[in-house]
Design a protein around this ligand. Structure first.
Ligand code: CS2
Length: 497
């Protein structure tokens, strides 16, 4: 019997195969200085890698303490490996492996907020970055306001010392910092919501105002909430990824992360203290992130959501399968060039058409096995910034929206058919899945009634948009096709117009 392979850890660093890069700094000397909330595949492929790059260039106390307040727990796996993990960059048949050392510890805080608060309120922590997913902010997608009816917010306002939600945890963190050492904190949102820092600040402030005792004023003076645009495609990690590392490099790693070569990070320079000089290793510090985030969310993410929902309806598994389909590829390119690009403000150094081609090229990478169902998850939290905001801008310009309306109907069709078509193979997950299912139960398979019912959800569709006749007609007609036996007729019809 073969001996089981060694697990990645500090003892293995000097014996890694030469093809695996390792931290080029003294990891034993790395002190903790920042925390990251939501250590998933994306963080391990993005912020942690930038930090690892920086530590090699300019060593400083920027060790990251990861904090997970939602499953899955990672403390055991990464703890066993002293925070080390393998980051694979993959592009078709090309693989590049590197062990990242910037995460010094991971804390699981799913059962209670205490472990998270211990880390976040500690005076060593000068900065908190976060990737908590769109719905983690507990905001109303159409308005950006804190959702005071959200069960976790209701709970946290009644029990502010034992919070469950991100706004509740951040407000409590700042309250504890104020009461103990009084040190300021930068909170850097890295989620794909427009003006993410503004939204974070707003939900935390609204929460703190209800808490009273001058907390909101203290936060305004002692915390900063910069906006950021982040980019790298890094799908959920699979058992195959872990097995590949073992096969290729001879050791076991339970926390492998896989990403594409492209990466980008644009950060608003608005800090409440020291932050790592990520600008020395490829990040960009700017005064206004807005043009960058619109470009990225509307083009790259807009294409992903379009290919994901329409791809699932066409029976295709991954993004690369959907973009290889000639009809879907022609559709998404035409949608982006004709309808999305005219809504964007120029970004210095970026040629819009080249950005579209580069984005579609990234989506063709067959080594990035990003499942359409994964991207379709939480679509209600994504369509506002990816599709509805450009639609609203187009309508204001009096311009056509026949193409952008198709993936909006795609999201509707996906949720309408969740229980009958997809739910058995993939647990469809979206905070609005129940609501859409309820509408479908009441009105049946009648596209105009379904579209009307769903467009009336004003926390997603701002009333002005939902009332627009052009938009209503385009969504209804696409939905009718998408629910038929020939769902791709929606795509063909929109291209014929
Ligand atoms: C994806 C994003 O799952 C999704 O919603 O669209 O995670 C996407 O891969 C990243 O934003 C790329 O930077």
């Amino acid at each position: 019997m073969n001996a089981s392979p060694e697990t990645l850890g500090p003892a293995l660093l000097d014996r890694l195969p030469v093809s695996v890069q390792r931290p080029a700094y003294d990891r034993a000397a790395l002190a903790r200085g920042m925390a990251h909330l939501g250590v998933g595949a994306f963080h391990r492929c993005h912020q942690a890698e930038y930090t690892d790059d920086l530590l090699s260039l300019q060593f400083d106390r920027w060790g990251v303490v990861g904090v997970n307040i939602r499953p899955p727990g990672l403390a055991d796996t990464l703890g066993r490996q002293s925070g080390l993990y393998t980051r694979l960059i993959r592009e078709n048949s090309h693989v590049e492996a590197r062990v990242i050392g910037s995460i010094v510890k991971v804390v699981d805080s799913q059962e209670s907020a205490e472990p998270a608060l211990d880390v976040l309120a500690s005076p060593d922590i000068e900065l908190v970055t976060m990737t908590v997913t769109e719905k983690g902010y507990c905001h109303i997608p159409s308005s950006g306001e804190l959702d005071l009816g959200h069960p976790d917010i209701v709970h946290d306002l009644a029990n502010p010392e034992t919070p469950r939600s991100v706004p509740g945890i951040i407000a409590r963190t700042l309250e504890l910092r104020r009461a103990t050492h009084g040190r300021s904190l930068t909170l850097l949102s890295c989620d794909n919501i427009p003006t993410n820092g503004v939204i974070l600040e707003k939900v935390v402030r609204t929460f703190a105002e209800r808490r009273g005792k001058g907390l909101a004023d203290w936060i305004a003076a002692n915390a900063a909430f910069p906006c950021a645009m982040v980019d790298r495609i890094a799908p959920a990690v699979t058992r195959d990824d872990l097995d590949s590392v073992e096969q290729w490099f001879g050791y076991r790693d339970g926390a492998v992360a896989v990403g594409e070569p492209f990466r980008q990070w644009v950060i608003e320079q608005k800090f409440a203290g020291r932050v790592p000089r990520w600008d020395l290793v490829g990040a960009t510090f700017v005064d206004d992130v807005t043009p960058f985030e619109h470009l990225k969310m509307r083009v790259l993410n807009g294409a992903q959501t379009t290919l994901a929902t329409l791809g699932v309806l066409a029976g295709l598994e991954h993004t690369f399968d959907a973009v290889a389909d000639p009809l879907l590829a022609a559709f998404v390119r035409r949608m982006l060039v004709q309808e999305t690009l005219p809504t964007l403000t120029p970004v210095p150094g970026v040629l819009p058409l080249a950005y579209v081609e580069q984005s579609l090229g990234r989506l063709q990478n067959t080594a990035i096995r990003h499942r359409n169902h994964q991207i379709a998850t939480d679509g209600s939290q994504k369509i506002v910034q990816r599709l509805l905001n450009p639609i609203r801008d187009r309508l204001r310009q009096g311009a056509g929206i026949g193409l952008l309306s198709v993936p909006v109907a795609g999201w509707m069709a996906y949720l309408i058919q969740a229980s009958t078509r997809f739910g058995k193979r993939w647990p469809v997950s979206d905070p609005y899945a129940g609501k859409v299912a309820g509408i479908a139960d009441t009105v049946g398979r009648d596209a105009p009634a379904l579209a009307s019912g769903i467009l009336a959800i004003d926390t997603i569709f701002a009333p002005g948009l939902a009332a627009n006749e052009t938009f209503r007609a385009a969504v209804t007609s696409a939905l009718d096709d998408l629910l038929s036996d020939d769902p791709m007729a929606a795509v063909r019809h929109s291209l014929e117009q």
